[in-house]
Design a protein around this ligand. Sequence first.
Ligand code: SF4
Length: 404
Amino acid sequence: MCCRRGFSIWCPHKDYARLQQFEWDDNPALKDKRLFVPIGKRGYRFGMTEDGACHFLDEKNLCRMHARLGFDAKTLTCKMYPYNLVDWGDRIFIGLLFSCPAVIDNTGEPVHQQRPLLQKLLDEQRLLIHSANVVEDASFDAKRFMLSSSLDLFENTLVEIFDDPNLSLLQKIIWASDLLDMLEEATIDFSDPTSFQDLLVNAKSFARDKAEHGGLCSARFGFCEEILFRLLQGLCSTLAQKGLTSEIWQVRQHARLTRLYSAFQFMFTNSVPMADSIAFRSAINQVQAYPFPKQSEELICRYLKTRYAARAYFGREGWGTPVLHGARMTLALPGLIVWYGRVFAALQNRTEVIHDDIREAVMLTDLTFGHAATAPMPKAGSALRVIAREGWPKKMALSQLLPR
Ligand code: SF4
């Protein structure tokens, strides 16, 4: 999947120097192809076709580089997929990229059976990026740090919320969102683990009660996360993805402008950035998102749990945001998924979302958000960090982002 969906596959200088020595031209499919495209001081990326497939991918969906040189010769980004290893020194958090069919359908081998491979990849990752994230605590928001033990509790709590079999997906999102609000507003000392644990237990129980008996209107979404959410919807545009990976300069420039325009259009007018025509826009608006299949709810819950448990939602692996922002952004992903699900349904002339739409939407969303810790942060990260800072006006109703 990573090989044929317009993913920009990073090839560091060292790998480029090694791989470009081979006579790839003797394979007719690779002859005269731009196999390595410079991306500045970070090195290269693999060139791809206009459809977004890596040139090394053959017609049977197998890698020509792998076939000729073996698994070990590939770049770390290629070998790592679909894993994402978040390195905290003495502890490793293993994430999975949901753009991979085996991951999204839960059909791959269990992670604990992959230990030798994962250890090998970890060693290589450490050599490549030279540093583990060995900090003892994490920034919760602009003002407070949390201890590693408190961070564990916090993430376990979020995983438990999305594991609750008795509430709907929407109720779970509201529950988690209220919990985050309460933590943000609490005045306790976050460096005291006992106080933090008490606060977390009480806030979790209080927020659950509200989610079960309250309503959507009480759930809040920080304004800066809303802006991020909207910008990211613009960033996800199919046109932008294709254009940004195109070999043709004019197409890339056009896509950049379209992406920017789309983001601002959506931010200010709430209209759909992907939809070019008014007719298609109205077709999307007619698609009923809820209720959608139980299977889809389970998939989204599994996706969120994996993101929280893999610790890839804040800091270096999560757009540089503090824990609170990263956790809220993750809560916004279902909104993005449901919105894309509606787009896919409209493309098939349906007025209801089915599981395949949601499955496709999770893949697309993760393609944008899911990235390997080994890969350099996308440039968009620095722009998003600027608007994610503290001090923006806060809070808008979550219900406005999640169609019912
Ligand atoms: S080099 Fe091979 S594994 Fe890497 S993206 Fe291309 S086809 Fe996929």
